[in-house]
Design a binder for this molecule. Structure first.
Ligand code: MUC
Ligand code: MG
Length: 367
């Protein structure tokens, strides 16, 4: 079964309200749908969320790197030959989410050809993942109401608070209002998206030491290595690397140099193949992982569920699966359901996504 051609479809779906965080904000899902077609008529699907403020990719750059650089070299390749696909793609540096989507679309094809859900092929550990909901920048009382709604309507009991603002008092207040306003047993952790300096992050930890915050994600720029290491050494809670660790090499560099003590895995930027390498590294080293959200659609979220539910270590913690709730619509034919704070793993062959053709027609930008 060989790749016959690769389709890349740019589309745009507005958000009902923007998600704001220290490194940027999202008002519209201006993504790219990737469809890899084979000579025997199967189609593998994946979604690309370009994140210029994280990886430097844009919708236009994703279209260009896939069509101009990857597709000519990948066409004709057998779909099972993922190692060859990665070798080809890695001749081009960065372009993380474009590469991740090609890998996921290949896995989708492998699952469809085998008649198996991909989470079974990857490991088949469990059939659902608990959901962690991401709270963007908003006044503290609004954040509390959003979290209370999520708890009441969906049973979501884990929240990631976006921080990294100046002055840090804004974040300290938000963390306090959430921790004190939500029932005991609800988990809160924070993600500063590099918005603070190391000293500001240390100050945040000091001023919230009485709160049960469980993780500190990407507090400052990990490239500022000395400050970062001092912060990691002083932090009483794990410091999670996210945008500093998109590849296995980045993971080993950051862990070995003391840049982080836990790792966020995002299938959107690693595909399943590189995500498995990252997971193996972390498991071998005794480092906790989280399943992150690249501000994904339901297509991307389904990929995260497929990978997260496949392995024991990725299903221990609640996974970030609910950013799509802020979108006004989606391309997926069968919407995801959050029940009792969890989403079930898809049971159909492949990654588990079917596209609603009418919606694709409505939102595609290349008509
Ligand atoms: C996150 O965990 O950081 C915001 C920027 C990005 O690249 O991902 C999101 C969520
Ligand atoms: Mg993050």
């Amino acid at each position: 079964m060989r790749i016959s051609h690769i389709e890349t479809i740019p589309y745009a779906i507005p958000y009902t309200h923007p998600l704001k965080f220290a490194s940027g904000q999202v008002h519209t899902a201006d993504h790219v749908l990737v469809r890899i077609h084979t000579d025997d008529g199967l189609t593998g699907i994946a979604d690309v969320p370009p994140r210029p403020y994280t990886y430097g990719e844009t919708q236009a750059s994703v279209l260009s790197v896939i069509q101009d650089i990857f597709a000519p070299q990948l066409t004709g390749l057998q779909v099972h030959d993922r190692a060859k696909a990665w070798q080809i793609m890695n001749r081009t540096v960065h372009n993380e989410t474009a590469k991740g989507a090609v890998d996921i679309a290949l896995w989708d094809l492998i699952g469809k050809a085998a008649g198996q859900p991909v989470h079974k092929l990857l490991g088949g550990y469990t059939d659902k993942l608990r959901v962690s909901h991401m709270l963007g920048f908003r006044p503290a009382e609004e954040l509390l109401r959003e979290a209370q709604r999520c708890l009441e309507h969906y049973g979501i009991a884990t929240f990631k608070l976006k921080t990294g603002q100046r002055p840090i008092d804004i974040d300290v207040e938000a963390a306090r209002v959430l921790c004190e306003g939500l029932p005991a047993g609800v988990e809160i952790y924070v993600d500063a998206n590099r918005g603070w300096s190391a000293n500001e992050a240390i100050e945040f930890l000091r001023r919230t030491a009485d709160l049960p915050i469980t993780l500190l994600e990407e507090p400052n720029d990990a490239k500022e290595a000395m400050g970062r290491r001092r912060l990691v050494t002083q932090s009483p809670i794990p410091v999670v690397g996210d945008e500093s660790v998109p590849t296995p090499g980045d993971v080993s560099r950051e862990l070995l140099s003391g840049g982080c003590t836990a790792v966020c895995i995002k299938t959107a930027r690693s595909g399943f193949t590189q995500a498995q390498t990252i997971l193996g590294l972390c498991e071998g080293l005794g480092v906790d992982v989280t399943m992150g959200n690249q501000i994904d659609t339901q297509i991307g979220t389904t990929a995260t569920i497929t990978f997260g539910a496949a392995h024991e270590a990725t299903s221990r913690r609640a996974a970030e699966l609910s950013n799509y709730l802020d979108m006004s619509d989606d391309l997926i034919a069968e919407p995801l359901q959050i029940r009792d704070g969890a989403i079930a793993v898809p049971t159909i062959p492949g990654v588990g996504v079917q596209i609603d053709d009418a919606k694709l027609e409505r939102y595609r930008l290349d008509k």
